[in-house]
Design a protein around this ligand. Structure first.
Ligand code: HEM
Length: 149
């Protein structure tokens, strides 16, 4: 598996390929939600914690739920996100946050630190790679400000 991060260029899109549905099928919903939970717990202790409602437990639980619902849906699982939140409109939903390349990298590094565990648990590395590739590419679209020098 290769969890490298290609630097995003503001305003330049690249094609997004959805994760292989085998990823969600193999991981299962319970473990998937645990992965997302672990990701946000990493975020809590990171330099981008200020963007998230980490000090408001009820709100933070909702962030975890909405994000897990979305990831499950994009991985070919049930469309929980659309059912409860409507149209994904991810770019619009991230617009009110100032996301730069550095923030994106911190966000991605959290997943890079968690995904190897799934291989140890028997998940097919090809499926893990396809999930990573999706995160790595899609996150580049959400960068909406230059990184301060
Ligand atoms: C593959 C990349 C990403 C995906 C698919 C994604 C997905 C999501 C989803 C589904 C939500 C919940 C939206 C809602 O229900 O309203 C969310 C919220 C959020 N995301 Fe992302 N995200 C990604 C990357 C990032 C990155 C790189 C950052 C910042 C560095 C970020 C910052 C946030 C923030 C601040 C929220 C709002 C939390 C709140 O509700 O207070 N996201 N994201």
């Amino acid at each position: 598996m290769n969890f490298t991060i290609k630097e995003s260029i503001l305003g330049v899109d690249s094609p997004i390929i959805k994760p292989n549905p085998g990823f969600f099928t193999q991981v299962g919903e319970e473990r998937f939600r645990k992965l997302v939970d672990e990701h946000y717990e990493n975020i809590r202790h990171s330099d981008i914690a200020f963007m998230f409602p980490v000090d408001y437990p009820d709100e933070f639980v909702k962030v975890k739920k909405h994000a897990a619902d979305f990831f499950i849906q994009i991985c070919g699982g049930p469309d929980y996100f659309s059912q409860t939140r409507g149209d994904p409109r991810m770019l619009a939903r991230h617009q009110r946050f100032r996301i730069d390349e550095r923030g994106r990298q911190i966000w991605l590094e959290s997943f890079a630190s968690l995904l190897p565990k799934l291989e140890e648990e028997g998940i097919d590395p090809e499926y893990i790679q396809s999930f990573w590739n999706y995160l790595e590419r899609f996150s580049s679209l959400l960068v909406n400000i230059p990184t301060p020098k």
